[in-house]
Design a protein around this ligand. Structure first.
Ligand code: AN7
Length: 352
């Protein structure tokens, strides 16, 4: 049977939802792609979990199918989220898909990648930019959803985490066990929390024999967990993870500590470098925040972190599609120069 979305696929390991309430765009089932280039660079077996191939172009769809289905089951009329962009795009699309639920999103003005804003608008969410950052937006959303009949669909909604944990299941199914390491970008810290939950559950169910070390990466200008305190004015080119006070801070630390992993940071330059390397040599185009996992892999590799683990498997989650943020791509490349429209000029350019 063709893929019907992750709720149908992993029902036994997810909270129950009645069939008629399932809101799905057939999310999940994303490819796990082996990278020769990154494997050569690191001496590991490196796989990218390409979450940009979900229906709205990011991993958020995994959590949103669960959260929106539960909202429909509970009779919700309005859902709301704060977002650095991808959550709003996903919430808007799944609310549209539900046919009955309206969506309101609060975003930090001017700090949302263009593609994500376009998505929220075209799916007819009510988009409210505020003069503040993500953390300010989330505080407002919590206050409203605590006091009014509006369902919160940020990752502090436990059903979001439940849906997102299925990415670990897919990885273990593909590799026929858990990998030795898992690298992942960290923003609000819901995803690292979800992956760790998924890995632990699969092992408890006897589907795997081991657990990976979880390696989380924040952007250097937005690295509250690394520094051990909230960051008032987080800044990074990776706007998706421009978050100074992550909601899932404690569970992210638990994932780090229980797994024997780490949470480190990567600079914007390292992120952009990894972003270009992944696109040019592996053929995977991601948004800057997603490249934090690759930047982290390369940083740790250069530091010798993997020296005792040659040939070990590492999965790097790449969380969102490169087309989400066309402006960053365009400023990272050299604009092509115009040439005369004749065959000889073109042959000369390509050296034939
Ligand atoms: C591409 O959309 O927080 O650590 O509001 O869009 O689970 O927050 C996005 C986060 C990584 C970080 N990569 O995941 C939002 C939002 C991409 C993202 C993250 C986000 P979390």
């Amino acid at each position: 049977m063709s893929w019907r979305g992750l709720i149908h696929e992993y029902r036994d390991l997810l909270p129950a939802v009645k069939d008629e309430n399932i809101v799905t765009l057939h999310e999940g089932n994303t490819p796990l792609i082996y990278s020769d280039d990154l494997s050569k660079r690191t001496g590991l077996k490196v796989y990218a979990k390409y979450e940009g191939l979900n229906p709205t172009g990011s991993f958020k769809d995994r959590g949103m199918t669960m959260a929106m289905s539960k909202a429909r089951e509970d009779g919700a009329k309005i859902v709301m989220c704060a977002s650095t962009g991808n959550t709003s795009a996903s919430a808007a699309a799944y609310a549209a898909r539900s046919g009955t639920i309206d969506c309101v999103v609060i975003i930090p003005e001017g700090k949302i990648a263009l593609g994500k804003l376009a998505q929220a608008m075209i799916h007819k969410a009510k988009v409210l930019p505020i003069a503040g950052n993500f953390d300010d937006a989330l505080n407002i959303v919590k206050e409203i959803t605590d006091n009014y009949p509006v369902e919160l669909v940020n990752s502090i909604n436990p059903f979001r985490i439940e849906g997102q944990k299925t990415a670990s299941f897919e990885i273990c199914d593909a590799l026929e066990d858990a990998p030795e390491f898992h690298a992942i970008p960290v923003g609000n810290a819901g995803n690292i929390t979800a992956y760790w939950k998924g890995y632990k559950e699969y092992k408890e169910h006897g589907k795997t024999t081991q657990l990976p070390k979880m390696l989380g990466f924040q952007a250097a200008g937005a690295a509250p967990i690394v520094h051990g305190h909230p960051i008032d004015k987080p800044e990074t080119i990776a706007t998706a993870i421009r978050i100074g006070n992550p909601a899932s801070w404690k569970p992210a630390e638990a994932a780090r500590d229980e797994s024997g992993g780490l949470i480190d940071m990567v600079t914007d330059d390292e992120i952009l470098e990894a972003y270009k390397i992944l696109a040019a040599n592996t053929g995977i185009f991601v948004e800057p925040a997603s490249a934090a996992s690759i930047a982290g892999l390369l940083k740790l590799s250069e530091q010798g972190y993997f020296d005792e683990h040659k040939g070990a498997r590492i999965v790097c989650t790449v969380t969102g599609h490169g087309l989400k943020d066309p402006n960053t791509a365009i400023s990272a490349i050299e604009e092509p120069k115009q040439i005369p429209g004749d065959i000889n000029a073109i042959l000369k350019e390509i050296g034939l």
